[in-house]
Write a protein that binds this ligand. Structure first.
Ligand code: UGA
Ligand code: MN
Length: 351
């Protein structure tokens, strides 16, 4: 009996030992994070979500930096384009927008530089613009070459002398002979030789050097599909001439002088899609057509009909181009001064 009691007691003590050892062991496991898996997972999850958060923040910053980099890259590209187009005679244009090619005949006289300055400073406002300047002279003059090289526009400088037999003499009335004919033709040859309307669409405008142009007409003519037309102020002995428009279509011409011409409009009153000069590669102006028929010769030659015409300037109700003619300056005091003082104004100063 007592032996049994002893055994029971010692077994209890063993149980106690065992329980204590188990407890210590569990405490050890808990303490070193080996046991209690759910708490551990929680820790790991927290850690992971903190990392995820940090990665998200970094991603966001990366996108911001990438965006601002892309923006500044675009700015640099624009700047390069601007410098190339404006700074040099280099034809780099925005492909998504037709280029306006203005063809300007010009000849030497007292007001030439003033006219070209006025014109260029209008054109400087235009994007995607190329100026083709053709001098009526046997060679390119220093004055025009210097002027163009500093004017800030993309340009081409050409020349051709109008032969004596078709050239206006200083005392002739200005309507006696056509002006700028061969010069415009040289401009057209240059276009046909150097451009490709499939690669870069364009619109051609014959911009004489003495007219006055509102910028609005250029943005409108840029969309010309075949031929666009609009009124011209101070021309043909009237306050303005214009195409007659009915229901958005040109039906005839409001002009006093020769209204029966197929296209009774001034050179300043229309623009042509570049493609048309490629479809009709032979068409050009002529010194031997009747007075007032230059425009009709070219447009009829390219099979243009009234139906093709696109009226601009609010259905031809606004004057955005003026056929201004600059008065020739009377430099009578130069000679008087020479006689009185032995010299006139300093010839080294370019005017
Ligand atoms: C009008 C029209 O507006 C012109 O487009 C057209 O060429 C001319 O009539 C014509 O019947 O031939 P108008 O003002 O009388 O024009 O002519 P200008 O402005 O004196 O000359 C037209 C263009 O040709 C100008 O850009 C002018 O600089 C140039 N030009 C003029 C020459 O290249 N050489 C000349 O001897 C005279
Ligand atoms: Mn003129």
């Amino acid at each position: 009996m007592s032996g049994g009691m002893y055994l029971k007691r010692s077994a209890r003590i063993w149980y106690l030992y065992f329980a204590i050892i188990l407890l210590v062991f569990m405490c050890f496991l808990v303490n070193f994070g080996v046991w209690c898996p759910s708490e551990n997972e929680q820790k790991l999850e927290n850690l992971l979500s903190r990392y995820r958060e940090q990665i998200k923040e970094k991603d966001q910053k990366y996108t911001e930096v990438k965006d601002s980099l892309r923006k500044s890259e675009k700015k640099v590209e624009d700047l390069i384009l601007y410098l190339e187009v404006r700074g040099k005679n280099n034809r780099v244009f925005d492909k998504s927008m037709p280029v306006i090619y203005a063809i300007t005949p010009t000849y030497y006289r007292g007001v030439q530089k003033a006219e070209l300055t006025r014109l260029s400073q209008t054109f400087l406002h235009l994007p995607n613009f190329h100026w083709i300047v053709i001098e009526d002279s046997s060679s390119k003059t220093q004055l025009v070459a210097d002027f163009l090289s500093q004017c800030g526009l993309s340009y081409t400088h050409l020349n051709i002398l109008t032969p004596k037999e078709v050239k206006l003499k200083p005392d002739d009335p200005n309507w006696l002979k056509p002006r700028g004919v061969l010069q415009r033709n040289v401009g057209l040859s240059w276009l046909r030789k150097n451009l490709d309307p499939e690669v870069q669409p364009g619109v051609v405008y014959f911009a004489d050097d003495d007219n006055t142009y509102d910028l609005k007409i250029f943005e409108q003519m840029r969309k010309t599909k075949v031929v666009s037309v609009w009124p011209v102020g101070l021309v043909g002995g009237l306050r303005f001439e214009r195409p007659i428009v009915k229901n958005g279509k040109v039906t005839g011409w409001f002009t006093y002088w020769k209204p029966d011409r197929p296209f009774a409009l001034d050179m300043a009153g229309f623009a042509v899609n570049l493609q048309l000069f490629f479809t009709y590669p032979e068409v050009e102006f002529s010194n031997y057509v009747k007075r007032g028929y230059q425009e009709s010769t070219v447009l009829s030659g390219m099979m243009v009909t009234l139906d093709d015409l696109e009226p601009l300037a609010d259905n031809c109700t606004k004057v955005l181009v003026w056929h201004t003619r600059t008065e020739a300056p009377k430099l009578t005091s130069e000679d008087k001064m020479k006689r009185k003082f032995g010299h006139g104004s300093d010839p080294n100063v370019e005017v």
